[in-house]
Design a binder for this molecule. Structure first.
Ligand SMILES: [Zn+2]
Length: 391
């Protein structure tokens, strides 16, 4: 183990970070013309051209690397939902505050009307059925009855349902998430719901931006700085600028690279990777990981300043192990490592010691690496509208 003495903050001189440059990078990446930087969109392309330009300005050799992203869930219109209570009153529900499309939903292009029912009711035919959770049995039963499913869903502290673009396999039935308390009210009052879920699955090309600022001397130390630059993308009528997650991380990496390039000892390698398609299942990091030489010091920044003056520190994979890939399952981020489901990568060549599993490589089961978290309860960025990708 190596002990590293922190030198204390540098606030002035050539090695000092520039608040103006950091802010300008975040503002540029969060601008409307980048449309939330979803992988495979024109906004994502503009973002990587901007980042490659910034790397070239920092005298890096910049290059782009493409890879396939097989499935991204895409809203092609704004979902609508109107609840008519038994007294005849109509309530228009707000998308992402009262309800949201479930990632597993079938495409429902137009309003689909149906009486509300509880999961315990007999006869689901043509209804919208309020169920406590999605199970394979519930989905089969709904499919057989031509029913739609309504599952309870939470919100973030600002009352929004986070937008996600990758997750469970698509089911052959309409499925919506309904805010917990509203789900309870619908169960108690019933009535009728008309709702749409205009969602499709698209295959896209992801693109990483790679920049080399200094080549290592033979046998020398290398540092790789990474951040994902993609976001979940704007909705048809709603912006998701992805400033906190992760324009902020890109800004920090860019600034750190500029500073380190002038202060690292000669012979130290320094490279940057701005990774794409993290929100679609960490495809960019899975693509880039096999290119990282064993022994490289990798620093990844995600959601800079989200924890105010604290940071969550996660020890990375050891050399010779597969790279852990995080996925979003059932609305939660799952770190697939160690005792939990094995980490996998779609690398063309396996990292040493990783047996093949179908078209992927699987790690031997190992103990999870040590994880240290220093967590502050203050989350100032995420409370500011427009600064988080998920509002
Ligand atoms: Zn992120």
């Amino acid at each position: 183990m190596t002990n590293v003495q922190a030198p204390g903050p540098v606030t002035a001189g050539p090695g000092a970070p520039s608040a103006e440059r950091l802010t300008a990078t975040v503002a540029a990446l969060a601008a409307p013309e980048f449309t939330g930087r979803r992988t495979g969109t024109p906004g994502g392309r503009s973002a990587r051209e901007y980042l490659a330009g910034q790397l070239r300005q920092a005298r890096a050799r910049a290059s782009l690397e493409e890879f396939a992203v097989p499935a991204v869930r895409e809203l092609y219109a704004t979902p609508a939902a109107v609840w008519t209570t038994p007294d005849g009153a109509s309530h228009t529900l707000a998308h992402r505050r009262d309800f949201a499309e479930h990632l597993a939903t079938a495409d429902v292009p137009g309003l689909r009307p149906g009486p509300l029912a509880a999961g315990t009711d007999p006869g689901w035919t043509g209804r919208w059925v309020l169920v406590p959770a999605l199970t394979p049995e519930v989905i089969s039963q709904a499919q057989a009855a031509g029913a739609g499913l309504l599952v309870p869903r939470g919100t973030d502290e600002a009352g929004w349902m986070p937008k996600m673009i990758a997750g469970p396999a698509t089911a052959p039935v309409p499925i919506l998430g309904i805010r917990h308390d509203l789900h309870q009210r619908m169960l108690a009052e019933r009535g009728e719901l008309s709702a749409s879920a205009p969602v499709r699955t698209v295959a896209v090309t992801g693109t990483n931006v790679h920049g080399v600022l200094a080549d290592p001397a033979p046998g020398g130390v290398s540092v790789l700085l990474t951040a994902h630059y993609d976001g979940v993308g704007d909705d048809p009528q709603q912006r998701f600028p992805a400033a906190g997650d992760n324009a902020s991380g890109c800004a920090v990496i860019l600034e750190a690279a500029r500073i380190l390039a002038s202060v690292l000892p000669a012979g130290t390698g320094l490279a940057v990777a701005f990774l794409d398609a993290e929100e679609a299942g960490a495809w960019g990091s899975a693509h880039h990981a096999p290119q990282v030489t064993a022994g490289t010091y990798v620093i990844n920044v995600d959601g800079a300043a989200e924890l105010a003056d604290a940071a969550a520190v996660e020890a990375g994979a050891r050399p010779g192990r597969c790279w852990p890939r995080s996925t979003r399952q059932g609305g939660r981020r799952e770190c697939r490592y160690g005792q939990r489901p094995c980490p996998r990568t779609t690398a063309a060549t396996p990292p040493p010691g990783c047996p093949r599993q179908g078209s992927e490589w699987e790690c031997p089961a190992t103990r999870p690496p040590p994880r240290r978290s220093i967590v502050s309860s203050r989350r100032p960025w995420s409370r500011q509208p427009g600064w988080s990708s998920r509002r």
